[in-house]
Design a protein around this ligand. Structure first.
Ligand SMILES: *[C@@H]1O[C@H](CO)[C@@H](O)[C@H](O)[C@H]1NC(C)=O
Ligand SMILES: *[C@@H]1O[C@H](CO)[C@@H](O)[C@H](O)[C@H]1NC(C)=O
Ligand SMILES: *[C@@H]1O[C@H](CO)[C@@H](O)[C@H](O)[C@H]1NC(C)=O
Ligand SMILES: *[C@@H]1O[C@H](CO)[C@@H](O)[C@H](O)[C@H]1NC(C)=O
Length: 260
């Protein structure tokens, strides 16, 4: 005949050992079954310093990698890895690509809005520039810069020319620079005096490259002087062969003898 189980023993197991076992199991479960090992190596990227050498991660842990020097996160690709329910790390695409730093800034042009908004500039990519206010694209070409293989940018060609301000107005005279648009380098304005006035100085002014931001006129504006006691034209002087005045005529067309 079978002996009955000792009642004391069965109830003893239930009362003391089983809860302890369950507790131990509960504590061990996530560690033992749902755990990811050390972080995988991802090319050109690294995890944060404090998680680099950790041996295990709970299911659901997320770790964000950052790109190494010279590499930048490609747009639209994830940089965060996750410990999945099957104790495997999720797959990360190679999200770090070689990229130039931000494109160079130049005084004569600004980067086009679409190119300026990017933060990933792979080798070979070109960015467009538009001339800044006060500069004009006289060649019909807009400046560009290209990301070289050594992650530097090509020099931005100076295709935008600085403009001169409107030429100064003068008393008793006028100039033909009346257009509204800027005066690009090389453009000229001609001054002339009202009747009865004589022009002293340069009649033609040319817009030249000035400092970085503005073109300058080649000469100061001329003056229109009236009240001549005697105005001798060079034609008169050369016809009558007056040597001292002929010499003076070399530099200007007209010699003006003022009253004062
Ligand atoms: C990651 O790379 C290091 C050396 O850079 C190596 O010691 C380690 O074993 C690699 N780990 C994996 C998971 O490939
Ligand atoms: C300068 O660039 C603008 C576009 O920004 C273009 O419309 C214009 O035709 C260009 N000027 C010249 C002279 O090519
Ligand atoms: C990068 O490469 C370009 C073209 O090959 C070269 O002109 C430039 O000098 C290089 N820059 C550096 C810093 O090496
Ligand atoms: C003003 O006249 C000069 C000389 O005739 C000419 O070369 C120049 O183009 C003119 N400038 C303007 C803005 O019309």
């Amino acid at each position: 005949p079978l002996c009955p189980l000792p009642a004391a023993m069965g109830s003893g197991l239930h009362r003391s050992l089983l809860p302890t076992l369950l507790l131990v199991l509960l504590v061990l479960l996530p560690e033992a079954w749902g755990d990811c090992g050390p972080l995988p190596n991802i090319t050109h990227a690294e995890p944060p310093e404090d998680e680099k050498h950790r041996g295990s991660f709970r299911v659901g842990s997320k770790v964000r990698y950052s790109c190494l020097g010279g590499y930048v996160k490609r747009p639209l690709l994830s940089d965060t890895i996750q410990c999945l329910a099957n104790s495997q790390w999720s797959n990360l695409p190679e999200f770090c690509g070689r990229s130039c730093p931000g494109p160079p800034r130049v005084h004569f042009a600004s980067i086009s809005q679409e190119d300026g908004m990017q933060n990933f500039y792979p080798v070979g990519v070109s960015v467009k520039y538009y001339c800044r206010l006060g500069y004009e694209n006289t060649t019909g070409q807009l400046p560009t810069s290209t990301c070289f293989d050594n992650l530097t940018w090509s020099e931005v060609p100076e295709l935008c020319q600085s403009e001169c301000l409107h030429p100064p107005t003068i008393d008793n005279g006028m100039h033909n620079g009346t257009k509204d648009t800027g005066f690009v380098r090389g453009s000229t304005v001609a001054y002339k005096c009202n009747d009865g006035y004589n022009l002293v100085g340069a009649a033609l002014l040319q817009c030249m490259a000035g400092d970085q931001y503005q073109g300058v006129w080649s000469k100061p504006a001329p003056e229109c002087r009236g009240n001549c006691l005697l105005c001798l034209s060079c034609w008169f002087l050369s016809v009558f062969k007056i040597p001292i005045f002929s010499f003076l005529c070399e530099s200007s067309n007209q010699i003006i003898l003022l009253k004062e």
